[in-house]
Design a binder for this molecule. Sequence first.
Ligand code: GAP
Length: 462
Amino acid sequence: MPVKPSINDIAALAKRRGFIFNSSDIYGGYGGIYDYGPYGVELVNNLKKAWWYYMVQIRPDIVGLDSSIFMSPEIWKASGHVDGFSDPLAECKECHTRIRVDHILEDLGVFADEKMSSEEINKLFQENIGKIKCPHCKKCNFTEARKFNLLVKSNLGNFSDNWTETPAYLRGETCQGIYVNYLNVMQSSRVKVPFGIAQIGKAFRNEISPRQFIFRTREFEQMEMQYFTHPDNELEEYEKLRKYRWNFFTKFLGFSEKNIRWHQHENLVFYAKEAYDIEYNFPFGFKELEGVHARGNYDLTQHQKGSGKKLDYLDPITKEHYVPHIIESSIGVGRLVLATLTEAYTTIKDDDGERFVLKLHPLIAPIKVAVFPLLKNKPQLVEKAEELYGRLSKKFMCEYDDNGNIGKRYRRQDEIGTPFCITVDFQSLEDNTVTLRERDTTKQTRILIDEIIHTINMEKWS
Ligand code: GAP
């Protein structure tokens, strides 16, 4: 029976095996920010490549973009982020722990609407205060709840002392860069509605309570695709996108259907036509992995007002003018990493005791093949193994390991999810064969060196 890992199991494995480290670790860490280590960066790159392949490469109707992190502050005003992008916060007066009031209320079954003012949220908070304890010191002595803006300010280009009054922001989401480039893309790449623009990039939010490892962080990457539709087709295209995104997880990445589900938003923001999240069964339960939302023409209309530029579309056949409606798919890379690690983490108990295997899809695995010489003090074995490593590493990410006994080397590769291990032994010197060991079955077969690439056939995984 597979045992579900706890978030601490995942974090421990991620650190021990060089996937994820606390930022600024030797200085005691830096709240809500993480670094990806040697295997983490491979995993992240593979997940981003998979998303890009699925969302851009095989979609003739979607093009890519890489917009800047800094943008005109007017964009954040027009989008509503300067006035409305905030979370409600209260602070424990005893130990100064800050709590997300909406999360605490939600746990009690009380819903705090995003549109509520600080006063309204505080009223709800005070009504329920008897049931609320500080998660750290367990006392109940809080400041009033107030809304706190999530945009991260900078002094870019402002050399005065009062830069906090007129700051440049680090982007709080990547899609604003897509909206404000919609006209440029349309005029330069001959796309026709319906079409999409996709981008992957960093976003920054002053999260009050970053938590659950890389689930909620202050610096993170998003993979977002905004799809521009005719107003009459918005919901039809939306249903197609929902199905397409569901298949990304279940068919393309191979996630088990029992670990993901749809969550429909009950309280839609006034401009939204429909909103569902894809939730994943993280170690701490089902939580949002990705948002798939039908946003009407709100975003382009706001930027039309803010910039004074017309952002409507002229249909080349019907000659109809309209502001396209947008459907979006938005996922955080860190959340996908966490879901992928949770999905793959497998505990195996056998005669050797308990061990872990990361059953990562070969396409996603950081290292595809590990090459071992049976013994590191036999120059002929080492030479042959190094030669093989040199050959294979031109094709895929490989690792050369000559440390410890073969069993230990297999365990290490199992823990980082390497699907294939190859051992060069004395027989290899005579007949040019090696042992190929598969991670999931632990089956070992003897094959010719010249047949390795054909046998593991990474093409079939892509
Ligand atoms: N453009 C829409 C948008 O940004 P969102 O629900 O705020 O919507 C979309 O974010 C996705 O980005 C989420 O589903 C999640 O995967 C990821 N995300 C949001 N905030 C995050 C954070 N603080 N840390 C990590 N990922 C986050």
